[in-house]
Design a protein around this ligand. Structure first.
Ligand code: IMP
Length: 430
């Protein structure tokens, strides 16, 4: 038995969806433990593309149980749309395949309104959020005024909680942010209907997963966003509001750390970031543009163009440590196919000093300049490669260099968007 946690090793959008989809074959349960519909996982099965924001990508496999753990924040409208979209395509024939923990916090209309109003306000710091209400929902969770899935499915409780919290939200929205107050009755009516529709998915993640472990099953913990967007360990304040690192897999599901066996960090062969915040290896030239074009680097959730840059080993070493990573999955290798030379950032230069460790202090990070090593590119289409050895020698050298500078072995290499365009060096489940 092996339980595996998948985390983004950079600033999100590393291609976790595809890796989760591949690993799902070896797992009995797939569970999301943090974040919400700020995530966007694009999956290509055959020639059909499916984008999922909330439901674990494991749902595309019949007979796999997909669980939304207590650490997730859930927008019921988006969730229902996703369920209906999947059913239309012939997935999710059996509703017991999908479980939502009762303690999941619900994204309410005022969370979205506050998120959007803050981001467009000239007096507030702009984070470049996805505008999905994620931060305000987590604020209410920690502030002990959140509405949970257990409340959503009980009409009286839902009405009572909305009545309790809405006056304060409307005051803030209207008087401070200059927005429009929201209508109490309309919210109660709309959300009661969602609750009734979703009631059948209620479950207790911790109990289900621990029982599954007792029975010797394999569990796949599906992280969203990336290690550098973690609320504690990321580039604060330019982060998301949840624990994206592997520790979140425990608190976000109710499974103890002794049951987590492998932590696989997903990393692109280069780096991208959306939203604001420091990004030392960002390229503002034609090379950045070329990476964006070759990698089709536009957000799956918001459609925003992603900022692109060279592989940053300093940032990645930070992610290896904060997650206790046991392996790396390197994605989008094929995007580098045409390049004559490829750079890897191995250290930062800060006011003439060489830094090998990622600075904890944001003020220092802002001023860091990348120190690069340059490697020759392979300038060949790697589409047909089926093993590490069948990759061009220069591609092998690039991967070996990534392993050396990050101190973490590459267990999977993705050379295209399809399932069959994947090289599995070592399977973490066996
Ligand atoms: P929020 O999660 O919407 O609050 O956004 C906070 C920051 O996290 C912003 O910079 C977003 O662009 C970033 N972010 C949130 N979700 C994702 C994701 O799935 N991929 C990449 N960046 C994300």
């Amino acid at each position: 038995m092996s339980n595996v946690v998948i985390v983004g090793a950079q600033w999100g959008d590393e291609g976790k969806g595809k890796v989760v989809d591949i690993y799902t074959e070896f797992a009995n349960d797939v569970v999301r433990y943090q974040g919400g519909n700020n995530a966007g996982h694009t999956l290509v099965v055959g020639n059909e593309k499916t984008v999922l924001h909330l439901i674990p990508s494991g749902i595309l496999h019949e007979g796999k149980r997909c669980i939304i753990g207590n650490g997730v924040v859930l927008d019921p409208k988006v969730f229902i749309e996703e369920i209906e979209g999947l059913k239309k395509k012939g997935y999710l024939k059996d509703d017991s395949q999908l479980v939502v923990d009762g303690n999941v916090n619900i994204i309410m209309p005022y969370h979205k309104a506050i998120d959007i109003a803050r981001e467009s306000s000239s007096s507030q710091r702009k984070i470049g959020t996805t505008g999905r209400g994620i931060g305000p929902t987590y604020e209410d969770k920690v502030g002990r005024r959140g509405i949970r899935f257990n409340d959503l499915i009980r009409p009286e409780m839902l009405a009572r909680k909305v009545k309790e919290v809405l006056p304060e939200k409307n005051f803030f929205l209207e008087k401070f942010l200059g927005g429009t107050p929201l209508d109490e009755a309309a919210i109660i009516e709309e959300y009661t209907a969602y609750g009734q529709k979703l009631e059948k998915y209620l479950g207790a993640a911790s109990k289900i997963l621990n029982k599954s472990i007792e029975e010797g099953h394999n569990i796949l913990f599906e992280g969203a966003q990336g290690a550098l967007l973690d609320i504690d360990h990321g580039t604060y304040p330019y982060v998301t509001s949840s624990s994206t690192t592997s520790g979140g897999a425990c608190t976000g599901t109710g499974v103890g750390p002794r049951f987590l066996h492998e932590v696989i960090g997903i990393s692109k062969a280069y780096v991208t970031r959306v939203g604001e915040g420091p990004f030392p290896t960002e390229l503002h030239d034609e090379m950045g543009e070329a990476l964006r074009k070759a990698g089709q680097e536009f957000g799956a959730t918001t459609g925003r163009p992603r900022r692109c840059g060279w592989f940053d080993a300093v940032a990645l070493r930070e992610a290896v440590r904060t997650n206790g990573m046991t392996g790396l999955a390197i994605t989008k290798m094929d995007v580098l196919n045409d390049l004559e030379t490829i750079k890897i950032c191995t250290a930062y230069s800060y006011r003439g000093e060489l830094l090998e460790d990622f600075p904890q202090d944001f003020e220092i990070l802002k001023e860091c300049k990348p120190v690069y090593e340059e490697l020759e590119g392979w300038q060949t289409d790697i589409a047909g490669a089926t093993s590490f050895e069948t990759l061009p020698v220069k591609a092998q050298e690039y991967l070996k260099k990534l392993e050396a500078v990050t101190g973490c072995p590459a267990v999977l290499i993705s050379i295209g968007p399809r399932r069959d365009e994947t090289i599995q060096v070592k399977n973490p489940f066996v």
